[in-house]
Design a protein around this ligand. Structure first.
Ligand code: FAD
Length: 348
């Protein structure tokens, strides 16, 4: 059913009304919705959980489709290997918990990332040293122009840091309907990410009766990841935000070296192709933009990379803060920050 002038929510806590809105629970209803969208002559917007959007205006002149296909299937393909297929409308964190319940590991570091399963491949979600690409096998997607289904093997998706083919060559061409992951009953756990390792060491020093005496479990890693996230990141239910607003910039080796002459303590991560990734949060903090307040909008006091709605900010207020942050970092470091968040209704 198409809802006109539908009220939509997103994690920034902005009130938005979409001209047309459809929640599609099956492949057939998705196809019908795509035909209706074409007929409407409105721009199409695919909405997952709304945790990576900044809607600048309160009126969204778009035909919004929210894929709500659910279901999780587990297929054992070897003693240790299980394929997990999940519908695009499943909540990502619920998939993580359900897989842990099945005794599977692989998703524990990605616990508590907000949003839907269908959005996860779009920016190749990642956290605490793991990204979706580490366990993704394939994606089923519907071509927006034809309604035809296509399977993409992971190797076709050009998955990179917060990046995929769906943000580039295939942008606005496909709607993801389900994903398939390869998880394991036993696999080495990835615990070397600094803040995660510290949290696990803290928990090991003060074990609870519920914890096994020896051997770390995937569930324990997930619990530690959740503890770190809850301590460090603002909860969108309390303080509106969309997680990291900017991507970590990747610069040439020469640029990084020139900056290191001026800022020897600057965190920098050499990449396999010779480029160097910088920490956007550090740049923002050094530029004096951590914890700034501009009316009801600002940056988080302990996570400079997170732009926050202090209560009654408008999309335009949040965009103004993002521009100020970007411009200040550009002036001080000559580095251009690119948004990770999808900005609708304006460009940064
Ligand atoms: C507090 C907080 C913490 C976060 N932490 C992390 C983190 O650690 N790591 C990380 O990677 N991200 C993080 N994010 C960002 C966010 O969780 C991810 O980008 C997530 O994948 C967005 O999911 P969503 O369903 O909310 O997508 P939406 O915000 O609704 O959409 C995001 C993009 O995906 C597209 N899209 C959505 N569903 C589909 C579909 N089925 N088919 C095709 N396109 C689709 C949309 O059109 C849009 O372009 C965080 C966000 C918040 C609020």
């Amino acid at each position: 059913m198409i809802l006109p002038n539908a009220a939509l929510t997103n994690t920034f806590g902005l009130q938005v009304r979409a001209k047309q809105f459809v929640q599609a629970h099956s492949l057939d209803s998705l196809r019908t919705a795509l035909v209706e969208a074409q007929r409407s002559n409105l721009p199409l917007l695919i909405l997952g959980g709304g945790s990576n959007f900044l809607f600048v205006a309160p009126q969204l002149d778009a035909f919004v489709i929210q894929p709500a296909l659910t279901g999780i299937r587990y297929t054992a393909i070897a003693d240790n290997d299980v394929l997990v297929t999940a519908g695009a409308g499943e909540v990502w964190h619920q998939l993580v918990l359900a897989s842990l319940e099945q005794g599977l590991c692989g998703l524990e570091n990605l616990a508590l990332i907000p949003g839907s399963v269908g959005a996860a491949p779009i920016q190749n979600i990642g956290a605490y040293g793991v990204e979706l690409a580490d366990c993704l096998v394939s994606v089923q997607a519907m071509e927006i122009a034809s309604g035809n289904l296509r399977h993409f093997h992971k190797t076709e998706l050009q998955l990179g840091y917060r990046d995929s083919v769906f943000k580039r060559a295939l942008k606005d061409q496909y709607l993801i309907t389900e994903i398939t992951l390869l998880l394991h009953r036993q696999a080495p756990l990835k615990t070397d990410y600094d803040s995660l390792a510290k949290e696990l060491a803290k928990q090991a020093a003060a074990p609870t009766s519920a914890q096994p005496k020896s051997g770390l479990t995937a569930r324990q890693v997930a619990d530690a990841v959740m503890a770190v996230r809850r301590a460090r990141l603002p909860d969108p239910a309390v303080l509106g935000n969309a997680g990291s607003f900017f991507k970590n910039p990747v610069v040439s080796n020469a640029t990084a070296n020139a900056l290191l002459q001026r800022y020897p303590a600057m965190p920098h991560y050499p990449q396999p192709d010779g480029s160097v990734k910088l920490a956007a949060g550090w740049l923002i903090e050094q530029a004096g933009m951590k914890g700034i307040r501009r009316g009801q909008a600002g940056t988080h006091e302990s996570q400079a990379l997170v732009i926050v709605n202090l209560g009654a900010a408008t999309g335009a207020d949040l965009l103004a803060v993002a521009r100020e942050v970007r411009d200040t970092v550009q002036q001080q470091f000559g580095v251009t920050l690119e948004p990770e968040v999808w900005i609708i209704g304006a460009t940064l």
